[in-house]
Design a protein around this ligand. Structure first.
Ligand code: IMP
Length: 188
C-alpha cells in the first residue's frame, strides 16, 4: 500500500519509510505537486489536516499530513503553531533568540515538542500525536539537528537535542512517537 506524505523534505520521507518498511512512501515531489500549501489552521490538528487534504484531493491516495512545533507553557503555549516563523521564517537563530529573550528570568522552563499526523483516505480521517517533554536551556548548545534543538533538553537527559546523536534523538522524538502510534494503527 502507498502512503503519500505531504512534504518535499526527503529526510522526512526517508525517516517515515524506515519506520514503515512495508509501505511505499511517496512525497509531493513524486507527484510534481509544487503549490504552496497555506497552513492557516489555528491548531496543529487543523494544519496537519490541511496538508493531508491537499494531497488526497490531488491524488486520491491515502495521504499523511504532519505539523510539529515547540510548546512552552510559561509563554502561554508559544511558539506553538508559529514555531517555524516565530521571529523570522525558518530563521532558526532568530526564533531561538526570541524564545530565550522571552524566557529571561523565568525559572519555569518546561517545554515540549509535539507532532500531529493526519491520515486521510477514501473512508477515514484519523489523527495521531506524539510528544517529547523536557526543558529549555538558558543558552544554545550543540550543532546537530534543526529548529529549537540547541535549546531543548529532553527529560532524563543532560544534553540538548542538538548535542545528541541524531539516532538517539530520533528514538525519543515527538515525530518518532507519533509515527509509532500511526504504525500501531496500521498494524491493527
Ligand atoms: P514542521 O511542522 O515539522 O515543519 O515543524 C515546524 C517547526 O517546528 C520547525 O520549523 C521547527 O522550528 C520546529 N520543530 C519541529 N520539530 C522540531 C525538532 O525536532 N527540533 C527542533 N525544532 C523542531
Amino acid at each position: 500500500m502507498e502512503i503519500l506524505v505531504a512534504t518535499h523534505n526527503e529526510h522526512k520521507k526517508a525517516e517515515i519509510q524506515q519506520i514503515l518498511p512495508d509501505y511505499r512512501i511517496t512525497s509531493l515531489s513524486d507527484y510534481q505537486l509544487f503549490d504552496e500549501i497555506i497552513e492557516n489552521g489555528q491548531t496543529f490538528q487543523e494544519n496537519a489536516k490541511i496538508k493531508a487534504q491537499y494531497c488526497f484531493q490531488k491524488t486520491g491516495k491515502p495521504s499523511l499530513g504532519d505539523d510539529s512545533g515547540l510548546v512552552v507553557p510559561a509563554l502561554g503555549g508559544r511558539p506553538g503553531i508559529y514555531s517555524a516563523r516565530y521571529a523570522g521564517d525558518h530563521d532558526f537563530k532568530a526564533n531561538i533568540k526570541k524564545v530565550l529573550e522571552e524566557m529571561q528570568g523565568n525559572a519555569e522552563r518546561s517545554a515540549y515538542f509535539i507532532t500531529v499526523l493526519c491520515l486521510i483516505s477514501e473512508d477515514q480521517e484519523r489523527y495521531f500525536e506524539g510528544r517529547v517533554y523536557g526543558k529549555l536551556a538558558h543558552e544554545v548548545s550543540g550543532e546537530k539537528g534543526f529548529g529549537y534543538d540547541p535549546i531543548f533538553i529532553p527529560e532524563h537527559h543532560n544534553l540538548t537535542f542538538a548535542e545528541m546523536k541524531t539516532t538517539e534523538k530520533n528514538k525519543i522524538s515527538h515525530r518518532a512517537h507519533a509515527l509509532r502510534q500511526f504504525l500501531e494503527y496500521l498494524k491493527a
